[in-house]
Design a protein around this ligand. Structure first.
Ligand code: AHR
Length: 353
């Protein structure tokens, strides 16, 4: 995994230069993590610190972006684990929702000969070439959160994340219950719009397919439109305004994350429409962030399907196992729940994102 001692020292010197650059650009994408790891002493070449860095495991992380509350929590779970105290030197790059930025970050990690790469891919396609480059350089890649669509699954070591298909199905089952509670056994048409996340991402693909599977069991569920609102509040609001102007009879909004739900709620309120248990529109959301769970408690959101962002510790465990020569699984699914008014209070006690 690592090269020879001399090669590692060379890598550390390159990292020290990178660090000096990062410190001078503090506030940039990777600034926080890099500053926290070494500071100017490292660049200044203090022998003690250089030696310490020599013994650290260097991990390059290419994160999707910072589009959502969930993403921020996911980044924090990475940064809390990959610390110097835990034996790591973290290089963190924010891809700002662009695959080309993520590929550039990966290539930079490869040229710096990091020990491991953690990639949270924006979308599933387009990763073969750079993953092959990492493999040829002997750098194990761990996938976090979303998957890649590749023929050769030896291009990555393990994947850690959510069962997005199951999440989509759980949203469908939660809607069945909410409709039953509101309308009883009515077979009247139910008009649904879906605000989906980044097209081609595992979260979007799984949630869409899972929900559609349940919807297909109901002849009276009509999905009028599904639109890409990019997992952001601003786009969620913009698209919801458009949908409300276009359709006067929306019964249900499925929002594939909480941030888009917040934007949609603004739009619904501005349009003079009502949402929630006593309103005209039922809303189902994904992620189960604290703010959204409060809306579940208040009867505004009918159900929120959890997406667990605490994935950093799994990556740490995988790296430790690899270093001890122990086998690792190909897929690690994080545990997740569905929250409704019935069980939300418990979750709110310790929700910190
Ligand atoms: O891939 C996980 C999804 O990405 C989360 O649901 C969403 O909030 C994030 O941006």
């Amino acid at each position: 995994m690592t090269g020879t001692k001399g090669k590692k020292l060379g890598t550390v010197l390159v990292l020290a230069c990178v660090l000096l650059f990062a410190v001078s650009c503090a506030g940039g994408a990777g600034g926080k993590a890099q500053e926290g790891q070494g500071g100017e002493d490292a660049a200044g070449g203090e022998p003690g610190l250089a030696e310490a860095m020599e013994n650290l495991i260097v991990v390059g992380v290419s994160q999707v972006g910072s589009e959502s509350v969930w993403r921020t929590a996911n980044t924090e779970s990475i940064q809390q684990v990959f610390t110097q105290e835990n034996g790591y030197f973290l290089l963190f790059e924010n891809g700002r929702q662009k695959q080309e930025n993520q590929i550039k970050a990966m290539r930079s990690f490869i040229s710096q000969r990091v020990d491991y790469i953690i990639l949270s891919p924006l979308t599933e396609s387009g990763w073969e070439t750079v993953l092959q480059e990492a493999k040829e350089a002997g750098i194990p890649v761990i996938l976090l959160d979303r998957k890649v669509n590749v023929l050769d699954h030896s291009l990555y070591i393990s994947w850690i994340g959510s069962d997005f298909h199951k999440e989509g199905e759980m949203a469908g089952r939660a809607l069945e219950e909410a409709l039953e509670e509101k309308y009883g056994d009515s077979e009247e048409p139910v008009y649904i719009v879906v605000l989906s996340g980044t097209e081609g991402s595992s979260a979007e693909i799984g949630r869409t397919e899972g929900f559609q599977r349940v919807a297909a069991e109901h002849g009276n569920w009509v999905i009028m439109e599904q639109v890409d609102a990019e997992f952001t509040t601003a786009k969620g609001q913009e698209e919801m305004e458009r949908l409300l102007a276009r359709y006067s009879d929306i019964d249900v909004v499925i929002s594939q994350n909480d941030d888009m739900a917040f934007g949609a709620l603004e739009a619904i309120e501005e349009a003079g429409r009502t949402v929630g248990e006593d309103g005209e529109i039922l809303m189902i959301s994904f992620d189960a962030t604290e703010e959204a769970l409060k809306l579940v408690r208040d009867g505004v959101i009918a159900a929120d399907i959890e997406c667990n962002p605490n994935q950093g510790e799994y990556a740490d465990q995988i790296i430790k196992k690899l270093r001890q020569g122990e086998p690792v699984a190909k897929l690690y699914f994080v545990p997740e729940e569905v929250y409704t008014k019935e069980n939300v209070e418990e979750a709110l006690k310790d929700r910190n994102y």
